[in-house]
Ligand binder design. Structure first.
Ligand SMILES: [Zn+2]
Length: 451
């Protein structure tokens, strides 16, 4: 079977949409996971755009060995490469001439982008076919496509192009990207796999890594996945209708065109609790794809035990949230030591906060606010003293139930740059404080890197 090259641009087009909020270690973390996922090419950034991007692309190229690492460049002597922007709205004759010239100049891949997401599948497919018919040296290059989702057609346009002979697709995890996003990698890969009877094509992607990659990208960019999102949404494999449930129990294929395990959604819904020991916790972590050092495992296990005291049933999502929280505290500048809040309909919301500074000094202060979250953020601000504006605050529960872990996402802006912070705790005020601290720590780290 012929192979379609999967070109992942999560770290370039996706990151661009996230407002450049990923730090260099997070970019490297995503690149490592993309390597496990088995993508063929990673577009690691746009080096000329900023010194930070330049450094990140360099580091990823040094550390990641299996996929090809590439980067966006302008058709400018300082850069290299070539991509005709807005190809779907360009005169085809002109594209043919340009492509012939760039292939003669040595291009081995020519990318045809639907930059503004304007194309309709049949029309875009005709453009690809036209290129095969009218560019005499096209057999010396691979046709790649890069589709945007402004009309919700990015995946459809990509698949139509593949049907007509394109052999590389540029896409992103969870379909993140500029405006309405890019073609979603998981949808393209699973369409090719599930309907190989139709496409007769294959990819190098290890589909079992899809779910984990999706969670990681969502966690680090702060873009949550809509519940009804194909392949990776929380409801993608859940059946509500009684007739469907009955059918799936009797024979999954009745209503399930894909086995959730093929995209790496853990098969067992085994629930851990207070009595679960180190062994059970270690096994579960391994099944979820985590490999922690002994030291990190000990920390995670003690957090797990603390959580089990507060929450009866600990699900996979709780464990993911717990590990993510652990990872966030590993690279802290300031660490939250204690928080105490008083609030209510009659009281004045008041927060007292104790932080550990980078030099080990213990700092404490208190503040009043319009509510407990506001009071906590103000108290932290008094101690850290970096001007910033809170632009987004979202709280959601990880699982059902009154004792669920609350996950908070906060975005702050400082000198025109946005920083995302996340925090998780069974107490949402504590989760909010952790998220705010996380955002501030990222701001401080970025400032330190920038010099
Ligand atoms: Zn794009």
């Amino acid at each position: 079977m012929e192979q379609v090259i999967i070109f992942d641009t999560t770290l370039r087009d996706g990151e661009q949409a996230a407002g450049g909020t990923l730090n260099i270690q997070e970019k490297l973390g995503i690149a490592r996971q993309l390597e496990k996922l088995g993508v063929d090419v990673i577009e690691a950034g746009f080096p000329i755009s900023s010194p930070g991007d330049f450094e990140a692309v360099g580091l990823i190229a040094k550390e990641i060995r299996t996929p090809i690492i590439c980067a966006l460049a302008r058709a400018h002597p300082d850069d290299i490469e070539f991509s005709p922007m807005d190809a779907s709205r360009t005169d085809p004759e002109y594209i043919y001439q340009i492509l012939e010239a760039v292939i003669n100049a040595g291009a081995t891949t020519v990318n045809i982008p639907d930059t503004v997401g304007y194309a309709i599948p049949d029309e875009f497919g005709n453009l690809i076919e036209g290129i095969f018919q009218n560019v005499p040296n096209i057999n010396r290059a691979v046709i790649s496509v890069h589709c945007h989702n402004d009309l919700g057609l990015a995946v459809a346009n990509s698949l139509e192009s593949v049907k007509r002979g394109a052999r590389q697709v540029e896409c992103t995890i969870n379909g993140i990207g500029e405006r309405a996003g890019n073609a979603s990698l998981e949808e393209i890969v699973m369409a090719i796999k599930t309907r190989k009877d139709f496409f007769n094509l294959t990819t190098n992607v290890d589909t079992k890594q899809i779910y984990k990659t999706s969670r990681l990208v969502s966690e680090l960019t702060g873009f949550s996945v809509q519940p009804n999102k194909a392949i990776v949404g929380a409801n993608a494999f859940s059946h509500e209708s009684g007739i469907h449930q009955d059918g799936v129990i009797k024979m999954p294929i009745t209503y399930e065109i894909m086995d959730p395990r093929t995209v790496g959604i853990p098969a067992s819904s085994l629930v851990l609790g207070k009595l679960s020991g180190r062994h059970a916790f270690r096994e579960r972590l391994a099944e979820l794809g985590y490999s922690l050092s002994e030291e990190d495992f000990d920390r995670a296990f003690s957090t797990f035990k603390e959580l089990a005291d507060k929450k009866k049933e600990i699900t996979d999502r709780d464990i993911e949230s717990l590990i993510a929280e652990e990872q966030r505290t590993m690279s802290e500048v300031y660490h939250i030591d204690r928080i105490q809040v008083s609030c209510g309909d009659r009281g004045i919301p008041t927060a007292a906060v104790r932080l550990i500074a980078p030099d080990g000094q213990v700092l404490a202060d208190a503040a009043l606010g319009t509510g407990p979250v506001d009071a906590v953020c103000k108290a932290i601000n008094r101690l850290v003293g970096v001007p910033n504006v809170l632009t987004e605050f979202t709280v959601k529960s990880v699982t059902e139930g009154i004792d669920a872990i609350g996950e908070v996402l906060i975005r702050i802006e400082s000198e025109g740059i946005t920083y995302t912070g996340r925090g998780a705790d069974t107490d949402i005020i504590v989760a909010s404080a952790k998220a705010y601290m996380n955002a501030l720590n990222r701001l401080l780290t970025a400032k330190k890197v920038a010099g």
